[in-house]
Design a binder for this molecule. Structure first.
Ligand SMILES: Nc1ncnc2c1ncn2[C@@H]1O[C@H](COP(=O)(O)OP(=O)(O)O)[C@@H](O)[C@H]1O
Ligand SMILES: [Mg+2]
Length: 387
């Protein structure tokens, strides 16, 4: 998959532009603060229907404008091309379109423009809290499994409801019996979607594991035992095998077992006023040669691990959907030694369209991939750079 062209207006500091990209390597050069990340952010927005920087939609609108508009022409596999557009206004309105048709729910976007984004924050995947690793599994699974995505949404809703009920019970703000009955009902709901989500996370871990070691070892040019281990909170999920996800009976059985665990702990949860078990406490161990990198990884080790894990998401997409996502590298090569940087560039660019933003041209010096296009960003002005 690749982005053929983009036109943007009103997006942060970017000057109105119409750009035709290389299907392979696009270098985005410019000093700090000129707008390189803004360009990548505009190109990546559609993949999740929000900024990868986690800011509000309104913040994307240029300071002196009331709205913004971005349109991409995307080439998918075998001629399934499409255009996607989004418009945002300062008042918070948002419009997303695919081939001119309005897209109403953000979940309908998942998997359309498939991208993988690397920036210095990528290392949070290993170093940061468990939620980054859960997000990693959930996002990867959602891209290839719509049922999972639906159940994940249902699960999040059930978890919010449950947390509110427990708070209300503790504060005595609710009628005790009614609220208890509601709590039991939400626990049922939770168990059903948690079974699907936990099975999906387990399967996703296995899928990712079939690629992650190879990525890791290619990147660092060594042969190490590198893998990820799914750490669910529910006892009944801990005891499952990877194959369980394929079997509808095991899903039913798991739902019952989870219900049992939730019922067992309910009184304690009511006393404490908050949930004590559930998939919101799951984690993923990142293990290299028996060492848990979440805790004991050096900066270099966590960086390589996080890159290998993120790349594995693109391998899974290809293995399951036949799609090679667009890869963005925002300012990450200055943190890698030259050898690793070059290996990563080669690994990514041999199969994907890539966008590499950097303030240091020496990061890519001497690299001569086919179909290289160089872009220069100056004060938000994006131009082809022939120099
Ligand atoms: N909504 C906005 N409107 C106009 N300019 C913005 C907006 N948001 C950020 N900027 C500007 O964008 C610039 C930073 O761009 P960025 O893409 O992060 O730079 P870099 O090239 O270092 O990646 C800053 O000058 C900032 O003031
Ligand atoms: Mg930047």
């Amino acid at each position: 998959m690749h982005i053929r062209s983009a036109s943007c207006s009103g997006f942060r500091n970017l000057t109105a532009c119409s750009l035709e990209f290389s299907p392979r390597v696009n270098l985005v050069l410019g000093r700090n603060g000129e707008g390189k990340t803004n360009l990548l952010e505009a190109l990546n927005y559609f993949s999740l229907g929000r900024s990868h920087r986690g800011c509000r939609n309104e913040d994307l609108v240029a300071f002196d404008r009331d709205d913004l508009h971005v349109r991409l022409e995307v080439a998918r596999k075998r001629g399934e091309d499409f255009t996607c557009e989004f418009g945002l206004s300062r008042r918070g309105e948002r419009r997303l379109r695919i081939d001119g048709e309005l897209v109403l729910r953000r979940t309908d976007l998942v998997g359309r423009l498939a991208t993988v984004f690397f920036n210095p924050e990528t290392t949070r995947l290993v170093r940061g809290g468990p939620r980054y690793r859960r997000q990693y599994l959930d996002q990867g699974r959602s891209e290839i499994d719509k049922v999972f995505l639906g159940e994940l949404t249902a699960l999040q809703r059930a978890l919010r409801q449950k947390a509110t009920l427990l708070r209300d019970l503790r504060r005595g703000a609710a009628h005790h019996e009614t609220t208890r009955r509601e709590l039991v009902a939400w626990n049922r709901e939770l168990a059903r979607s948690a079974a699907v989500v936990c099975l999906g996370r387990r399967q996703e871990t296995e899928l990712l594991n079939s690629f992650v070691r190879h990525n890791h070892n290619t990147l660092i040019n060594k042969d190490l035992d590198f893998r990820m281990i799914y750490l669910p909170r529910f006892e009944s999920v801990k005891n499952l095998t990877a194959a369980a996800g394929e079997d509808p009976n095991s899903q039913k059985q798991l739902t019952e077992e989870i219900t049992g665990e939730l019922d067992y702990i309910m009184e304690q949860e009511i006393r404490r006023g908050r949930p004590l078990i559930g998939p919101q406490f799951d984690d993923l161990e990142v293990r290299c040669e028996g060492v848990d990198l979440r805790q004991f990884g050096s900066q270099g080790e966590t960086r390589s691990a996080a890159i290998a894990m993120t790349l594995a998401r693109s391998d899974v997409l290809f293995a399951t959907q036949g799609i090679r996502p667009v890869i963005f590298f925002d300012d990450i090569f200055s943190e890698l030694d030259r050898e690793r940087a070059r290996r990563l560039q080669e690994m990514a660019a041999s199969l994907h369209q890539v966008f590499i933003a950097t303030a240091r041209p020496e990061d890519v010096e001497g690299w001569q991939p086919a179909d290289l296009r160089r872009w220069r960003v100056r004060a938000g002005d994006v131009t082809l750079d022939d120099g």
